[in-house]
Design a protein. Structure first.
Length: 319
């Protein structure tokens, strides 16, 4: 008889029979079957990796000490969210949920009913939360979205909410104890979130300020779109050929000499703003790219149309 397997099975059953875990797991299954599957698989993995005779209750108690020290968890997170004030169109990105007290207490304190996106990189922390406290207020709140695991893709999360983010303010918050427990694991997530949110906001403000012009340009460019050659026709045409991307700037004048030498040995892809300097120096770019929507921009290119007859011209519909 393999006593190790029996002990492991008993630990697994003890974990699954935890009163909070059973209740929370049922709520989780109703909310997200995919996340429920991940948790179910992680329970076996967690038990397999357990060291010594640490019980689920001991694990959870240790987690409480890690995240809340000797303080009352509810009081601690209440103090943390005391000054939070949001509108329904606002979005909070919460990195690290601890054992779940923070997102639940935030809504109990009347912070304004924003949308909250909880990002918990550790499935093991999520397991401890499921077995540690009643998460009904978290798992049944339609204003809270939950993403768990080390395979979280920030780009996908932002993609889900990119239409809603510009409607209000977007705030990134990290669980107050998370960096103490896990070090700098949250920093890359916070950085990418900031960059992705900034990108969405920039695109939205561009549309707000220039939407009508972009629409007019798009409609005017449709005949050229249908008459032109699709970009996919260029796929693999230049496989193995080195390429140089050229943009306007102070260093371009210094690089002209080298570009002349490489002109017939490499693919030169130029931004519209660099065409003037290149053509006037006797260099014909193989590809010109423009996404600028202003009329002044295309007016700068018109004098060089004859010089670019053999050049591939790539443009955004709104340009």
């Amino acid at each position: 008889m393999n006593h190790g397997l029996i002990v492991m099975k008993n630990k697994k059953e003890k974990y699954k029979n935890n009163k909070y875990f059973k209740k929370n797991l049922k709520l989780l299954k109703n909310r997200s079957f995919e996340l429920w599957q991940a948790v179910d698989a992680a329970v076996s993995s967690e038990v397999d990796e357990e060291i010594g005779d640490e019980s689920p209750e001991e694990r959870i108690n240790n987690s409480k000490i890690l995240f809340y020290c000797s303080e009352n968890p509810v009081e601690m997170v209440r103090n943390y969210v005391a000054e939070w004030e949001f509108e329904p169109f606002d979005t909070i990105f919460l990195i690290g949920m601890g054992l779940g007290y923070l997102p639940m207490e935030a809504f109990k304190q009347g912070i304004g009913n924003p949308r909250m996106i909880v990002i918990e990189p550790s499935i093991h922390v999520f397991l401890d939360a499921l077995a540690g406290i009643d998460l009904k207020d978290l798992l049944t709140n339609p204003r809270i979205e939950i993403f768990v695991g080390s395979e979280i893709r920030i780009a996908d999360i932002i993609g889900q909410f990119r239409q809603k983010l510009p409607l209000g303010k977007a705030v990134i918050s990290v669980h107050p104890q998370y960096e103490l427990v896990f070090g700098k694991v949250a920093e890359p997530l916070r950085k990418e979130l900031g960059e992705r949110i900034s990108e969405v906001m920039t695109q939205w403000f561009t549309l707000r300020e220039n939407g009508k012009l972009m629409f007019r340009n798009t409609m005017a460019n449709l005949p050229s779109l249908f008459a032109g050659i699709p970009m996919r026709s260029l796929r693999d045409k230049f496989r193995g050929v080195p390429a140089i991307c050229v943009a306007a700037g102070p260093s371009l004048d210094e690089a002209i000499g080298e570009l002349k030498q490489l002109n017939h040995h490499t693919l030169i892809i130029a931004c519209d703003s660099a065409v003037n300097a290149l053509v006037n120096s006797g260099i014909t770019p193989h590809v010109v790219v423009t996404v600028d929507m202003s009329k002044a921009n295309i007016d700068k290119l018109k004098p060089y149309v004859d010089d670019l007859r053999e050049t591939v011209f790539i443009f955004g519909l709104e340009s």
